[in-house]
Write a protein that binds this ligand. Sequence first.
Ligand code: SAH
Length: 220
Amino acid sequence: MGKNNLSLTDEYRRPRERMVDEQLVTRNIKDLKVLEAMRTVPRHLFVEDAFLVRAYQDSPLPIGHGQTISQPYIVALMTEALELGPQDRVLEIGLGCGYQTAILAKLAGKVYAIERIAALFEKGRANLMKIGMDNIVLKLGDGRLGWPQEAPFDAILVAAYGISVPERLREQLAPGGRLIMPVGDSQGQQLILYRRDPRGMVTSQVLVGCRFVPLVEGTG
Ligand code: SAH
């Protein structure tokens, strides 16, 4: 199976194109590479069978264990904000079903993704095997600690909220690096984009209000 293992008879191609046109372009996602990745990666292969017909709808969906696959727009927004280049090394916290990981891997050089729930780790891995991308490395563990052996990263995406960016993740961001994370509490969060300038200082920018699942300590 090739890198873009999409059969010619992909019955979800049209819903996927509609998703891009109606949910992303209309909301001002402009990066052509992001739009192309969202047009290409078969989101339906990442959702539970029970939600197959809703794979391309404008909302998050349950993936089991109380977790969710993010709404397509949020995946696109976070990816676009990271301004990925083909050489970039990206750290993702919260592999889940693996969909966001696949989108990142279309745009970056290499993606390192961490998941804390063993069953989801296996599911995410199995889903990513289906599309056969070779620039993804996965780890089961507590993503709040980052991946020190592979640091620093050009970009870090955290797919779960916390009251602030974990110190270890901040430290593992390269000079010039970007980090995106939902910051807040169970009442609501804001998606914040942080940038580390070449002198090591960090600036931040609020993108939108959002709702994520929490970043949880330890593994389980
Ligand atoms: N982006 C994924 C998952 C989003 S849900 C998708 O779209 O499918 C957030 C994920 O973060 C869940 O799978 C949850 O188990 C995971 N998570 C929460 N805290 C974590 C931690 N400390 N380390 C690693 N993963 C964590």
